[in-house]
Design a binder for this molecule. Sequence first.
Ligand code: DC
Length: 218
Amino acid sequence: MSFVVAIDGPAGAGKGTITKLVGEKLGLVNIDTGATFRCVALNMIQEHIDIQEEDKIEKMLTKINIEMHPDGKIFLNGEEVTHRIRENDVNNFVSPVSVLPVVRNKLLEVQRNIAKGKNVIMEGRDIGTVVFPDADVKIYLDATAEERARRRVLQNQEKGIECSYEEVLEGIKDRDKRDSTREIAPLKKAEDAIYVDSTNLNVEQAAEKIIEIIKQKA
Ligand code: DC
């Protein structure tokens, strides 16, 4: 028997950091499904496969091996790619890759297998709606686009990346639109998910709120 907590929501709502903290506090295995899409995008870059080349993508996906180790390290076909999948070329390519039905179908199987037999907290865009529609707890973590842009600008400043607030806000609004209007597995709150707004909460407060919800349901 496994226990599944699904955390969905838009980019910048704090899913990654908050999920990690909640997982550590409750002893749940933390699974970042965005990383699986990033691995596919990286594999395509490595093999010089274009987004239109469906046959080649399909062939590549029959051989792909994605491993997520308990220490947070991610391996693609035996090579550690934990940091590599966060680089700019992958950032820019992953969104169109994540729309491809052939990729989503394959990753559905990969994500379900990774969680098999474990107690997990899994974050993504369609976990409560598609990957685990029967999840024990479903949370939809949100924040206003303005707050998410403010957080992204701060993160960029810490990394020494120059950007304007307006430019980042526009990017976030574009991505929200693309993620929520795509045909397959669009970003949307599952009917039975609990809505958590992190706009006015720091990481600790949001984690506490989610822990309370999980404890009530468990
Ligand atoms: O959360 P992230 O930025 O690492 O996600 C990378 C991309 O993958 C992003 O464009 C959205 C997509 N994604 C998805 O479509 N479904 C998921 N369950 C997780 C991520």
